[in-house]
Each structure stands twice: as C-alpha cells, then as structure tokens.
Ligand binder design. Structure first.
Ligand code: AMP
Length: 445
C-alpha cells in the first residue's frame, strides 16, 4: 500500500516521500480515503499514530484540486483547532512541509505572542489556518479573521480540548463557520462530552479507530524502580549518568515540581529545562527546540504541557511521579517507542504511589515488574503519605457512540469502519478530567 494508491496527487506523494514516509500508517490508510470522499469523520487515534498526515494530506489534496465554493477574496478554506500552542505549531509545520509543492498557504495562530504580526499575516492569503481556540476568538472579536467560507473543520485532540475547558470556545468558533462543511473529529479517548460533541457536530460520520486505547505500544519496555520519596531525584541523576541517557523526557505531577526538579538537576550538572503552562510561549518553544535538537538532555514536563508533542523516537521517558490519572501513563509513554522505534519507560515509585501503580496496571492490563537499584533500597520504616492533589478517579463505564446522526458505515475494501453495533475500544473509557495544572491552562491561546 502506497500513498499514491490512496488517491493523493503527485506533489503530495513527493513531499511525504521526501519526508521519509514510504508506507501509510493504519490511521492514514483509513482516514485518507474517508476524508477524500468528503464526508464527516470520527477518529479514535492518539498522537504518534500519524494522525496529522491522516487529515492534513487529504485536506491538501482537496483544496489543491478544487476552487473555493464562492468567488471574491481568497478565503480560509480549512480550519484546524488544537488544544495547545506547541501542537498548533507542529501541525502547521507539517501542513507546510506536506504542501510544499502546492500553491496553498498555511498559517498558525496562538496566544502568548503578539497579535499584531498575526493580524498582518491574516491580511494575506491563508488557505489553511491552524489555531488554538482562545486567540482565534480574539481575532474573530476584532474581525481580523473571516471564517465564513471554511470548507473543512478539524478538531484535533478533542478530548484534551474538552479537558482544558474549551467547550464554550469551540461552540463559539462553530457559530462562525458556514453550515455546509466537512467535519473531522480526532480524539484519543471517549467520554459523554466527546459523544455529545460528536453528536452535535458530525453528520453521518465514518468511524475509524486505530491502536486500542489503553494499550501502550509494544515497542516500549516498562521499568518500575521502587525508591524512597526523598531519594527520587538522586536515583534519577544516577540512572541518567550510569546509563548515559542523552535525551530524557521526565514527567512530574505539578508545575512547581517540574521547576524544582529541573533546577536541581541542572545544579547537579545535568542540564535541564521545565515546560508547563506557566512558562511563557518563548520559553516553551526554546526548551522544546533545544531538547529536540539534542542540545538539552533532560526536559521536565507536566502532563498537559507534554501532550501532543511530536518528539520522534524518544528513547527514554521517566515518570518521576506517577500520574494521578492512570490513563495519563499511556499518554506519557506514548512519547517513546513511536513509529516502530523502541523505548524505555521508567517509573520511580515510592511508598505513596503503590495504589496508583496498581491502577495503571489495571488500565494497561499487564503487571509491571518491580526493580530496586542497588544503593537505593526503600527504607521499610517510611510510611505512605497521601499524595497532594491526588484524585481517585477510575475510567468511566463506556458505551458505543449512539449519536442521532451516527450512521452505520459499510465495510468497503481499503476502508476499515466500525459498524454502529460494535463498540470501538477507544470508546470504552473516558479520560477523567483531572490534571493538576488544568486550571491555569484554561485559555492558553
Ligand atoms: P502524529 O501522530 O501525527 O503526531 O505523527 C507521529 C510521528 O510519525 C511524526 O513524527 C510523523 O512525522 C511520523 N509519521 C507520520 N506518518 C508516517 C509514515 N507514514 N511513515 C513514517 N513516519 C510517519
């Protein structure tokens, strides 16, 4: 199966081939023909599956082979909404790269940076706009963006947008769009809110799903190191040095914890930066760029900040603290072992976290072998303490999408679709709305 055989035009195939893609990923095999066919789409897919090209390539094909529906000034024809600035920037970069042999212009807008240059750029022709909801609405309020002729809408990481409290912003954006349009909704997880959104937004969508939710990539080796609460930083530094790790993404539960750990590691001779919702956009972009180009060995991140980051072939992910929400474990280790590469996910687990570990094992349906690093044996006299901000929320019972508009989709060769009567597995668990820095990220745009 090749990109050309999916019906994409030569300039697009050439661009992805140059990017090094030869075989479409499962989500691309399913999404590309579905989007080219022009209908709505509900896709269950996580970051790392190749979903960006899954929607970007057919959108580029469609826009480059058709004219805007009405004449006049060249309109914005595709709008891609994403939850975070980093994700928006990454998607627009990909769109630009995949469309480099086409005469289409793309642009990204997000908050935390000056609005004036964006206003300038919006005066030029923009065919594809990638945006975070808050700043997009700022532009709409100032009438510096016209969305009245959008032909394709993508809601990417819709679950995370809802988690971050964007539902009202999304609805306000929807009200600015023409009624007649193609809608593509991507979400890693399902919940009542996602089902309600899909129900109100999508018209007889094709349903596709790849990679079972809660089933981490097999290419990842999991390690659990039992260690005392107060010795985690020491153990982390030891593991980094002993194993000569060059590129490690470390997760903490809180922004404060991320700052403190990164400062301590740097002071101890291991250069590190933290990214989280309280950091300025330029600080986040700088840290990510340094980490990606190999100059910075350790990036410490909170869950929301790291979500959706396209850091390819990341060899090591460390859970400095286990996430409060077991599903976030899957998101975190999704940073490693991607696109066929192998990775190691290391969790530093103290006495307080044994219940969280058991919850994670339940969600990923496997037990994780415990190890003890010599010299870091846990002190049996230390008692468990409650975890600050801990929330004990398990997955909600799932049910299939039963949207009023959700039609059964026929199985066609080359298109895997899920009949209405079956429950796609990613519908089986909701992503609980718990995150320690969620409040501050309510409007990152
Ligand atoms: P995404 O899920 O869109 O964030 O993509 C995950 C990673 O896979 C990105 O680094 C892409 O560049 C890469 N990727 C996407 N499609 C392919 C493909 N067909 N072959 C190889 N790598 C790909």
């Amino acid at each position: 199966m090749s990109f050309a055989s999916l019906g994409l035009s030569d300039p697009i195939v050439r661009a992805v081939t140059e990017r090094g893609y030869t075989i479409p990923t499962p989500i691309q095999r399913q999404a590309i023909p579905a989007v080219l066919a022009g209908g709505d789409l509900l896709a269950g897919a996580q970051t790392g599956t190749g979903k960006t090209a899954g929607f970007a390539l057919p959108i580029l094909h469609r826009l480059s082979t058709t004219k805007p529906l009405t004449g006049g000034r060249a309109p914005i024809r595709a709008l891609i909404l994403t939850p975070t600035r980093e994700l928006a920037a990454q998607i627009e970069e990909s769109v630009r790269e995949y469309g480099k042999y086409l005469k289409l212009n793309s642009m990204v807008i997000f908050g935390g940076v000056g609005i004036q240059p964006q206003i300038q750029q919006l005066r030029n022709r923009v065919d594809i706009l990638v945006a975070t909801p808050g700043r997009l609405l700022d532009h709409a309020g100032q009438r510096t963006v016209d969305l009245s002729r959008v032909e394709v809408l993508v809601l990417d990481e819709a679950d995370r947008m809802l988690d971050m409290g964007f539902i009202h912003d999304i609805k306000r954006v929807l009200a600015l769009l023409p009624r007649q349009r193609q809608n593509l909704l991507f979400s890693a997880t399902s919940s009542d809110e996602i089902r309600a959104l899909a129900d109100s937004l999508l018209n007889r969508p094709a349903l596709i799903e790849v990679a079972r939710r809660n089933a981490p990539a097999d290419a990842v080796t999991h390690q659990v190191h039992l260690v005392d609460r107060e010795r985690k930083r020491e153990l982390l530094a030891h593991l980094i040095r002993e194993n000569r790790w060059q590129q490690v993404l470390v997760f903490t539960r809180t922004k404060h914890g991320a700052n403190r750990l990164s400062e301590q590691l740097t002071r101890g001779g291991i250069p590190s930066l933290a990214i989280h919702g309280n950091k300025s956009q330029s600080a986040r972009t700088h840290a990510l760029a340094e980490f990606k180009n190999g100059a910075l060995p350790v990036l410490v991140a909170t869950d929301i900040a790291a979500r959706g980051l396209d850091i390819v072939d990341l060899p090591h992910v460390v859970n400095f603290e286990l996430p409060n929400v077991p599903e976030d474990y899957v998101h975190r280790i999704g940073r490693t072992g991607r696109a066929g590469a192998t990775g190691v996910a290391v969790s530093l687990v103290c006495i307080d976290e044994h219940k969280l570990l058991a919850d994670i094992e339940k969600v990923i349906k496997r037990s994780l072998p415990r190890e003890v690093e010599p010299g870091f044996e846990p002190d049996p006299r230390i008692k468990a303490e409650p975890i600050p901000n801990g929330r004990n929320r398990g997955p909600l019972p799932g049910r299939p999408v039963q949207g009023r508009n959700t039609a059964p989709v026929r199985s066609e060769p080359g298109r895997s679709s899920i009949p209405r009567s079956q429950t796609p597995s990613w519908h089986g668990s909701a992503h609980p709305h718990a995150s320690t820095d969620r409040g501050n990220l309510r409007r990152p745009a």
